[in-house]
Design a protein around this ligand. Structure first.
Ligand SMILES: C[S@@+](CC[C@H](N)C(=O)[O-])C[C@H]1O[C@@H](n2cnc3c(N)ncnc32)[C@H](O)[C@@H]1O
Length: 308
């Protein structure tokens, strides 16, 4: 697991009453000063607080993560309208598209979503909040299924909000008909999207903050984030931490509750805690649950084993 520079700085000064920019430079003397400073500035209000010129402190929250070992398709233990965001990566096997080359097939349980899955997601999500599904890029083998998912979502009141590609840096896979290096981040809102988008014009005119329906800021054309390098991966399909953090910043606020019902490496848990969000992770395989516990051991964790 490779920690972001911001996280390294955070861990280094966690618990200290304060730290100076000079100390941060010294602790990261392999990095240019501007880079260290930029990572601190980018994370003001999230990981760091500015006390006075050149002096900062880490922000340590009381957020918690619950890890459940069990079936993430059964959400019956979660109350109606209690979740602020679902961010999940569908365990779906596409033997046809992955055929050829040296593609590794999923070594975990895979399935196709049913209408019931979307009903449950819609039930636990709060009104206006976002469901984010990480899905394979569309191709000749999966386009009908991907369309079917959007239909299921619609039937359950989960409205198509936006689809943003995840461009995997310079990585390129050359299987199938088209070389590819993207997946899709599909975003739905439960009913009309809540108002997270600052209305700059109205705010300027009135002097009072006004918000429009939609995510916290205009979504980018794509998220450009390299995949986790094999040597740092603890799970075959691990999403990059930065990608999860970027997504969560658009769709949630501090203190809210994020659900990932197919948790894998638990990266969504780490991203949530880093951003001071609470998190519920569900994972079927005990070996993955153990890895998640190790990964998040520095933070509050409640471990629950579900009866499947
Ligand atoms: C695509 S991976 C998720 C990877 C994860 N997003 C990450 O970045 O590490 C899917 C995960 O879902 C788990 N899984 C499969 N079926 C499940 C189920 N019914 N309930 C909970 N977890 C399940 C698999 O064991 C696998 O770890």
């Amino acid at each position: 697991m490779q920690k972001s520079l911001a996280e390294q700085i955070f861990q280094c000064f966690k618990g200290n009453p304060h730290f100076t920019l000079r100390e941060a430079y010294k602790a990261n003397d392999d990095k240019p000063h501007e880079t260290v400073r930029a990572r601190i500035y980018d994370n003001l209000g999230v990981k760091f607080e500015r006390l006075t010129k050149g002096i900062y402190k880490t922000i340590e929250g009381t957020e918690a993560c619950i890890i459940m070992e069990g079936d993430g398709r059964d959400l019956s233990m979660i109350r109606d309208a209690s979740i602020d965001c679902i961010l999940t990566d569908h365990p779906w096997l596409d033997m046809k598209s992955n055929k050829g080359g040296d593609r590794a097939f999923a070594e975990y349980d895979c399935f196709r979503y049913s209408l019931e899955d979307f009903k449950e997601k819609a039930r636990v999500l709060k009104e206006g909040c976002f469901l984010v599904e990480v899905l394979p890029a569309e191709n000749e083998n999966n386009y009908e299924y991907l369309y079917q998912l959007k239909q299921y979502a619609k039937e359950c009141g989960l409205l198509y909000y936006s689809k943003v590609a995840w461009k995997k840096g310079n990585f390129v896979s050359n299987t199938g008909r088209k070389s590819k290096n993207t997946q899709d981040i599909m975003i739905f809102s439960k009913g009309k999207a809540r108002s997270m988008r600052l209305d700059v014009k109205r705010t300027k005119n009135t002097g009072i903050e006004h918000f429009m329906s939609g995510t916290n800021g205009m979504l980018p054309t794509f998220f450009d984030v390299s995949p986790v390098e094999r040597k740092y991966r603890i799970h075959q399909s691990e999403l990059p931490l930065t990608l999860c953090e970027q997504v969560l910043n658009y769709v949630t606020y501090k203190g809210e509750v994020v659900l990932d019902s197919f948790a894998g490496s638990g990266v969504v848990g780490e991203a949530s805690l880093n951003l001071h969000r609470n998190c519920i992770l569900i994972e079927l395989l005990k070996e993955n649950v153990d890895k998640i516990k190790k990964r998040l051991s520095k933070n509050f964790i409640y471990n629950v084993v579900l009866e499947c």
